[in-house]
Structure formats: C-alpha cells, structure tokens
Write a protein that binds this ligand. Structure first.
Ligand code: FE2
Length: 332
C-alpha cells in the first residue's frame, strides 16, 4: 500500500509518497516566497490552494504511480498557520473521499521525528527541531513525544528572517547569515537567553539590531548571533539528553542545514559518547514524505481519524498524541 502525505503548516506545500518500507517514492514541494516582508498566512494559504494539485500530480509522476495506487492519505493537522492548515486539510479530505481511502491527520513535529528515525536508523533519539516556526527539543517518554525544551517566543528561523529583514539580507535569511558569519570570528556580547530548559530569541534580535546601529560590521553580528543561539540550543539539548538518559541525537527542521549548528551539536554528542543522526536535507525541511510516513506508521498501529477527526489544530502539541506505534516496536 502506498501513502500520500500533504504538508502545509507554513510556507511549504509538499506532497510525498512512501511505500510500506519507508522508501520515499516522491517528495515534491513548493515554497511560498513573500514578495517583501514576512510570511502572510492568507497569502501563503492562497499559494497552497493554487499549487497543491500540481504538486500532487508532480509527486505521482515522480513516483511513477497512479492516483489509484494510493491506499492512505495523510496531512499535517498542526501546529501551524490556520489558513494554510485548513487549505491543505481540505485538499486531503477531498482526495481521500474521491479515492475512498482512509484519511489521517498527523502532528507536524512528530513527523519530523518519525522520518528522521526511519531515514537514519536511530531508534530512540532526542530530536533537536529547529525551523522557522518551531524550535523544540523532543523525546519519547512514557508513551508520548514530550517537549523537554522550546522557544518561549519565536522560532529560531523566524528570528533569523526578522533579523535578515532589519539588516537588509532579504527573506529566508538563514543562508545569508551563515555565509556572512564565516567571514568573522569577532564575538560581540548578546543576551544568552536560556530559562530552565527553554530558550528565547527576540531579545537577541533586538540586541543584534542595536549593534548594527552602532556600526558593528554585518559579519561580526551574524557570527555573534549564530554562536549565541546555537550554543543555547546545544546546551538545552544536552541537558535534555542527560535528563532522560538517551544517547542518540537527531536533528530536524530547516535550520539544521546550518553547518555551524551541526558542528556544535556533533561536538556535544561526541563529548557525551552519543551518536548523532542527520536526515538528508529534503527530509529535514518541511516536506510531504514525513507526513506520508507518519500517517503510515500510525495507520499500521490501528489509529484512525476519518473525516470527523480531521479538524486542524494550530496549536497541536506533540504530547497530545499517544505514541502507541513506538510501543509496538518495543520502545517507550
Ligand atoms: Fe517543520
């Protein structure tokens, strides 16, 4: 049986097709790029509404299968931007009804974890999930994926984008910040905001903008921002690993493409004698394959939602989901 999954929590509309053995047959996506400024939920949703059908077609073509080969449809139920979630849920509902196959809504953050597990071969990791809208440290404990630490304000990728706008680096500024950071090793003090197991980023952004106004060169600012934010993420991840006694670290989310973040995470893991796992880039970012695969493992575990249970949830927490499928694999 093949599963088709549709992702659409934020800027990306993605369609993945997976088989029984976690082989990704297709993983197509299109990203909404705001003409200027930040992501506008309604405009991103319009983009998804326009592009979801072509992306489904592209995925079927890439997989070399017919729509009639699909036996299960899954979609991202949340967390995310309401208009985007509703658009993608509508597409998934219509597809499941017209094909007369089951429908399953999945948690987007859990999907990052499940595709990471399936694609890298780890089995019980702590996930550092760093993306635009989300920044969390998640691990399985007592039958649920629990959040051990998270951002108290905005996702790290969002902060990079806002900072990029202030500094004139354009939108989706992560790669520009990473490139500029390589040009400097001068560190300027920024607020190191770790509160318990949580982190906060907006104060760092304000302080970085203030540095710029004082004439501090852009590369210095980018270097200092990266060092501060990534050290914070690495610290809370390490504490979560120590606290729950896990020795596998999994990275997920668009921001883990950043080589400096990977380097810091790798150093921390090595010092602890832990293993680190990083999925290939197309499975790290928001994508449909992770939604398809998570739908498939949940369906195999007997979880059903149907049309009635397919209402989207903008604040869908990972620990709301009882992770029965890991139990049957002997974990959790
Ligand atoms: Fe994500």
């Amino acid at each position: 049986m093949l599963t088709l999954g549709i992702e659409g929590t934020a800027h990306t509309v993605g369609v993945g097709i997976v088989d029984e053995n976690a082989n990704v047959l297709a993983n197509e996506l299109e990203m909404y790029r705001p003409p200027e400024g930040g992501i506008h939920p309604r405009e991103a949703a319009n983009h998804h509404a326009e592009r979801v059908t072509p992306v489904i077609r592209k995925a079927l073509e890439a997989a070399g299968v017919s729509i009639r080969d699909i036996g299960l449809v899954s979609f991202s139920r949340g967390p995310g931007l309401g208009p985007c979630l509703r658009t993608v849920a509508t597409a998934a509902r219509s597809l499941s009804m017209s094909l007369n196959v089951p429908l399953l809504g999945v948690n987007h953050c859990i999907a990052h974890l499940e595709i990471g597990i399936a694609s890298t071969g780890c089995d019980d990791p702590v996930l550092l999930y760093a993306s635009g809208g989300n920044t969390q440290v998640i691990a399985l404990a007592e039958g649920r994926y629990r959040i051990f630490g998270e951002t108290l304000d905005i996702g790290i990728g969002n902060m990079f984008d806002k900072l990029g706008r202030e500094l004139g680096l354009g939108y989706y500024a992560g790669p520009a910040i990473e490139r500029l950071a390589l040009e400097s090793d001068r560190y300027h003090e920024l607020p190191y905001s770790v509160k318990g197991m949580d982190v906060a980023f907006s104060g760092i952004m304000t302080a970085a903008v203030a540095l710029r106004r004082k004439g501090v060169p852009l590369p210095d600012i980018c270097h200092s921002v990266q060092e501060t934010c990534f050290a914070m993420l690495t610290e809370v991840t390490e504490r979560a690993m120590a606290h729950i006694g896990k020795d596998q670290l999994l990275l997920g989310g668009g921001v883990v493409q950043n080589k400096r973040l990977r380097e810091m995470a790798r150093m921390m893991a090595e010092e602890r004698g832990a293993e680190i796992f990083v999925p290939e880039p197309k499975l790290c970012i928001d994508n449909g394959a992770m939604i398809a695969w998570t739908g498939k493992v949940m369906h195999d575990a007997g979880i059903r939602s149907g049309i009635d249970g397919s209402r989207v949830d903008q604040r869908f927490r990972t620990d709301e989901v009882e992770v029965t499928w890991r139990r049957s694999a002997g974990i959790g």
